[in-house]
Design a protein around this ligand. Sequence first.
Ligand SMILES: NC(=O)C[C@H](N)C(=O)O
Length: 331
Amino acid sequence: MSAPSVLVFATGGTIGMRATEQGLAPDPDFPEILEQLVGVICAPLGIAPRINHLLPPIDSANADSDTAPKIARAIRARVRTHRPRGVVILHGTDTLAYTAARLAFELGDLGVPVVVTGSQLAHGAAGTDARDNLTLAIRAAVKAAPGSPVAIAFGGALLPAVRATKHDSRALTAFRAEAPLGADPAGLPAPPADAIVSGPARILTFRFVPGVTVDAVRAAVGGRPDGLVLECYGSGNAPMARLGMPAALREICAALPVIAITQCATGGVDLARYAVGQELAGAGVIDGSDLTVEAAIAKLGYLLDRGFRGAELRQLVERNLVGECAGAARP
Ligand SMILES: NC(=O)C[C@H](N)C(=O)O
């Protein structure tokens, strides 16, 4: 019988970069360096590594709506063929939490543990975190139970992908999860039989601040997104007393799904609590509970790309599918 294997899938990011006169950029020697690094980590574990690269490697700041779905498709295809014990994805830290959250939905039923990592410092930099993060990720991926949720391994911590956020642009402990995974997830829904999908859906966000006008809210959908996440105050409040705000939000909600989340790091939205929150709900805004902004974008994009629309989409947004709702107040 052949040795169990780990699939390491490199997509770019600082971990695979080196300093150039134009700043940090992909290191053309990284494939060989990675092979060596992974070999040293895998040997004592009795694990055979298989390494693939997404070409070209990107600075994850350049990720777009199809980046995470594309990574998911590539992983599914390779897992089907090679049946690894675990999968490790190397990704830039800038959008790592967005991609990881999306992968938690995309690969939630993969049956093989998936761990996402990267590094704050380039693999060859003094004091780099590349080796430690890679080691943690590989160990976690091969030791986790087959149905484990997608995780992020970074700065010594293992975090649930669908609850994590990049909170520090410099420290090696760059990610954190304010709340744990929600209990009793309902699981991923079967896509509607009649789904016609052109994807990938583009989801944008709009953050309420005191200077917001109705024109600013309308401008947020000027680029024709497929879905919108409203970053509201506190428990889901917005300046509904602005002239024309309820009507503008009603119009937007009639055209595309809109989710309300909170700007606060903990807690969540409760649209029933305040009159302004009830006005938001009345306009058609969906209650995003305690979703992180990354998870809200991931969830809405995933569900739209599976073909869910209207009332069914709303119901699914409000349900805890893979642990993304920490409070899990909803069945
Ligand atoms: N530390 C990093 O990986 C940052 C880099 N700009 C990226 O996201 O690709």
